[in-house]
Design a binder for this molecule. Structure first.
Ligand code: SAH
Length: 352
């Protein structure tokens, strides 16, 4: 019989298992917390790596549970070492990408929430794969543990997580939120919810759901906007047919009112497509009554999309219009362009 993955087990289940092996109640609780803490913070791959846990318990754990980690198939690191992206294989052979962005004071992991994606955004490499399957909560957490394990060898730890890898997290909402619960568990990785950002194409009813559960899951919300008129946005992001800009606006208004948090809007700068004065002004109008922050990011070129990144000059001009209208924004440094770090690109490169 195949053993249950340890990373799928809850703490009370672990306590129960320890009690069933004869540990007295108090001892079972103390041991469970210790095992749990080590398993997540040190991301152990073998129960014998646990320190201070009796060998008898280590053996019992190994008999009952497996510590399943994805297999690393490929790794690419930017020349300056600040960005790394790994292609990981899951148990069924499905492949996903996970990224690490290193800053002086933080280590951000970019996780996938689905294998492939059905959204089919024209500029996105993952879209070319189509949708394969949902990721389970433990497969989302495993991506963070993959890098946590490596970071601990350098006396570092994961500090932030962004749901900006492959797939649309709000089309896998429950598993994504369960992963958030694991990542923020004070007895494990203990990440502050404010250090977790979920990025969505704009599934309006799901954004409203996030607003309703915000007190339980006070994570940050980012929306990939990329265009501020329906015709252009539908061309770039077919999801706009289902949730056009007016519907999305309504959801964001509900979200900002209920949560009193601003929303981050991502805008990839594509030369001659969405970097025009007309789009900048449409964006200003669309954002007028919303608490927002805009991130301007240069397009990461991919082979399946013939768009090119906007020039620095055009980006400056676009930014100047936002400035004039007092729209808070930043021009995000493009990370990882040299390592195929755009969504789905590493996977695309491995395919014939
Ligand atoms: N499905 C979610 C999260 C995954 S994509 C979403 O769309 O928000 C994470 C971000 O990468 C999104 O803002 C997406 O639009 C952006 N992205 C995809 N392809 C890109 C490319 N070639 N260059 C730059 N950004 C890209």
């Amino acid at each position: 019989m195949s053993r249950t993955n340890f990373y799928n087990v809850d703490l009370p289940e672990l306590v129960k298992a320890l009690q069933s092996w004869g540990e007295p109640f108090d001892q079972a609780h103390a041991l469970a917390r210790d095992i749990w803490h080590q398993a997540y913070t040190a991301s152990v791959t073998d129960f014998s790596e646990l320190t201070g846990i009796p060998p008898r318990v280590q053996q019992q754990l190994a008999g009952a549970f497996a510590l399943r980690h994805p297999v690393e198939l490929a790794q690419s690191t930017s020349r300056d070492g600040s960005t790394r992206k790994d292609l990981l294989a899951l148990e069924d052979g499905a492949q996903i990408e996970t990224g690490l962005l290193r800053y002086r004071d933080r280590h951000t992991i970019c996780v996938s929430t689905r294998v492939g994606c059905a959204c089919d955004c024209s500029f996105c490499a993952t879209g070319r794969m189509g949708f394969v399957r949902q990721l389970h909560c433990d497969e989302i957490v495993a991506q963070v543990l993959h890098f946590q394990r490596w970071l601990t060898t350098q006396d570092k730890a994961v500090s932030n997580v962004v749901f900006m890898g492959m797939g649309e997290p709000l089309l896998n909402r429950e598993q994504t939120l369960q992963a958030v619960r694991r990542l923020t568990d004070p007895r494990g990785l203990n990440l502050a919810p404010g250090r977790i950002t979920l990025s969505t194409v704009g599934i309006a009813p799901e954004i409203e759901y996030l607003a309703d559960v915000h007190s339980r899951w006070p994570i940050k919300l980012a929306i990939s906007l990329h265009a501020a008129t329906d015709d252009l946005r539908t061309k770039l992001m077919p999801i706009n047919k289902t949730y056009p800009l007016a519907r999305l606006h309504e959801a964001v208004r509900v979200y900002t009112e209920k949560t009193r948090r601003r929303v981050l809007f991502e805008w990839i700068m594509i030369a001659g497509v969405n970097d025009t004065q007309e789009q900048a002004l449409a964006l200003v109008t669309w954002l007028q009554d919303l608490a927002s922050h805009v991130n301007l990011i240069r397009l990461n070129p991919t082979s399946a999309y013939d768009g090119t990144p906007s020039t620095g000059e055009t980006t400056e001009a676009f930014s100047a219009i936002l400035d004039q209208h007092k729209i808070p924004h930043t021009m995000r440094q493009r990370r990882g362009a040299g390592i195929d770090a755009g969504c789905g690109q590493l996977h695309a490169r491995r395919r014939p």
